[in-house]
Ligand binder design. Structure first.
Ligand code: IPE
Ligand code: IPE
Ligand code: MG
Length: 232
C-alpha cells in the first residue's frame, strides 16, 4: 500500500467496535481499567484520522448493555472514564463544529453522566455534519425494542424506513464500514439493523494500538470492496 494514496471511495458512516483494552493492559501487567483509560485517549487520533479522510458519521461502541455484567469495579471505572471522555470530546466537538450524540439506554446511567451527555448533545445540536455518535449502554436488540415501542405509540406502519427513523438517533444513515479491533469476528449486539449492508473489517490490533496508519489500512481495504447490494 502506498503511504498517502488518495482513497477512491470513502465510507459515509463508519462504526468502530473498540475492543481489546483489557488484554492490552494485562499484557503490560496493568489493571484492565488502565487499558480503558488508554483506549479512551486513543479515540482522538482515530476520530481525527477518519474525519481527515472525509468520513461524515462515526459511531463508536464504548459500552454495551452486556458490559453491565462485568464486575462493579470495572463498570464504575468505565463510567468515570466515559464521563470524562464525553466532556473532553464534547469540548473538542464544540470547537470543531462536530455534532455529538449518544445512542443507548442512558436512563439507567447515573445523574452525573446523564447531565454531561445532555449538555454536549444540546450544545452541538446546531451542527449538521460531521457527527460523532457514541454508543453507551447500547445494544442493538434493545434499540429495536425502543424503536418498535415508539412506532406503536406514534401509530407508525411497520416499514424498515420507519424502524430506522425510530432508532435512538434516527437521522444516522446506514453503516458502510464496521471496524472491529481486538481479533474477534463478531458484532456483539452492535447496530445490527444499521449494519445490514456494512462491510466488516476485523483486525487483531488491540484498540489502544489502533493508529492513524491502521485507519488508513481499513479505509483502503474498504475502497477495494465491490459493493453490490444484491445487484450484479
Ligand atoms: C473493550 O475492551 C472495551 C469495552 C468492552 C468496554 P475490553 O474490555 O472488552 O477488552 P478485552 O476484550 O477484554 O481485551
Ligand atoms: C464489544 O466488546 C463491546 C464494546 C467494544 C463496547 P466486548 O468485549 O464486550 O465483546 P464480547 O463480549 O467479546 O463479544
Ligand atoms: Mg472485549
Amino acid at each position: 500500500m502506498q503511504k498517502d494514496k488518495q482513497l477512491s471511495v470513502v465510507p459515509c458512516h463508519v462504526g468502530v467496535i473498540m475492543d481489546g483494552n483489557g488484554r492490552w493492559a494485562t499484557a503490560r501487567n496493568h489493571k484492565r481499567s488502565y487499558g480503558h483509560k488508554k483506549g479512551a485517549q486513543n479515540i482522538e487520533r482515530v476520530v481525527f484520522a477518519l474525519l481527515k479522510e472525509g468520513v461524515s458519521y462515526i459511531s463508536l461502541y464504548a459500552f454495551s448493555t452486556e458490559n453491565m455484567q462485568r464486575p462493579t469495579q470495572e463498570v464504575n471505572a468505565l463510567f468515570q472514564i466515559l464521563n470524562d471522555g464525553i466532556k473532553k470530546y464534547g469540548e473538542i466537538a464544540l470547537k470543531k463544529g462536530v455534532r455529538l450524540c449518544i445512542s443507548g439506554d442512558t436512563q439507567v446511567l447515573n445523574e452525573q453522566i446523564r447531565q454531561t451527555i445532555n449538555t454536549y448533545e444540546q450544545k452541538t445540536a446546531c451542527f449538521n455534519k460531521p457527527v460523532l455518535n457514541i454508543c453507551i449502554n447500547y445494544g442493538a436488540r434493545q434499540e429495536l425494542c425502543f424503536a418498535f415501542n415508539n412506532m406503536l405509540k406514534d401509530n407508525l406502519a411497520i416499514t424498515w424506513q420507519n424502524i430506522q427513523k425510530s432508532t435512538y438517533n434516527g437521522f444516522l444513515p446506514p453503516v458502510d464500514l464496521v471496524i472491529r479491533t481486538g481479533g474477534e469476528h463478531r458484532l456483539s449486539n452492535f447496530m445490527l439493523f444499521q449494519c445490514a449492508y456494512a462491510e466488516l473489517y476485523f483486525t487483531d490490533v488491540l484498540w489502544p494500538d489502533f493508529s492513524k496508519e491502521e485507519v488508513k489500512k481499513a479505509l483502503s481495504w474498504f475502497a477495494d470492496r465491490k459493493r453490490r447490494f444484491g445487484k450484479l
